[in-house]
Design a protein around this ligand. Sequence first.
Ligand code: KG4
Ligand code: ZN
Length: 329
Amino acid sequence: MKILGIETSCDETAAAVVVDGARILSNQIASQVEIHARYGGVVPEVASRQHILAIIPILKQAMAEAKASWSDLDGIAVTMGPGLAGSLLIGVNVAKTIALAHGLPITGVNHLEGHIYANWLSNDNPDSAPRFPLVCLIVSGGHSDLVLMRGHGDYLLLGRTRDDAAGEAFDKAARILGLGYPGGPAIERAARSGIAPTQLPRAWLKGTNDFSFSGVKTALLRLVEEGRVSTVADAALGFQEAVVDVLVSKTLAVAKELRVKQILLAGGVASNRLLRERLVDNSPITVLVPEPILCTDNAAMVAACGYFRLKAGKVDSLNLDVVPSLKLA
Ligand code: KG4
Ligand code: ZN
């Protein structure tokens, strides 16, 4: 089954063609990062307008790269939420138009579910596909969720952030350190030349699987304001250590408690090398992590998720609408 995936939930306009939820034929991404960077974050109105400009060229490129014509497709998958309403609308309306014009089934995908399904991509060998039950840590700009997955489309929310998402914390810390936007890659880059990591507190929230990252950010702000940070690199290193420490410890603990078969990592923050290495090195069970380009927003993950949804008969009508605050579970 050849599925066209479309993603416009935030500041990336993306389209991709994926076979059987695993083999990527094309994966086109138009990033708006440079446009939003001057404002220090995503400006929703600007994002919607950029999606309108980029969506048709990106679709054409994705179809051309895949050497696919409309009649080769078996279905359309589009992100319907969570995300920015105006941005989501562009993708959903384009997807519905294609579905109507070419008589294709359409399925609305939860963006977070899409991030999880990035772990099914590039897996031509069915033996290397994720195995249930598993625990997935989804860490993005808007979410930090620990989820138990017992089968396709079966989610139980184990824990979440009580304040800032991990990616949001990276973005805010980068702003505090004058490292620019987006903060995650900037912190990671700066941390490489760090020597003595700045000591920062960790919120363990014992007895729960929840996270909290606003305290570590405030602690960093206070140290910077008081001039008690040795170098920006040391502060970036210390901040990265603190966030990764909590994410890895809590994920390993809940995976052990629930005796799952595997751990999956997903979302933009999953492209962080320290997080990937720490989790893999310290886990007694298999940890799957998508390659970095599939961790940040893309449409291949949406197509992969859409394949499993369509296979399970989850076809939406052309009344499909955006749900900006859509929940996973
Ligand atoms: O999943 P994503 O691309 O978009 C959302 O769905 O939010 O995640 C974006 C977030 C941003 O907060 C960005 O700073 C963070 O992921 N991020 C990183 C890295 N690359 C992106 N955080 C830490 N280290 C990275 N290398
Ligand atoms: Zn995302």
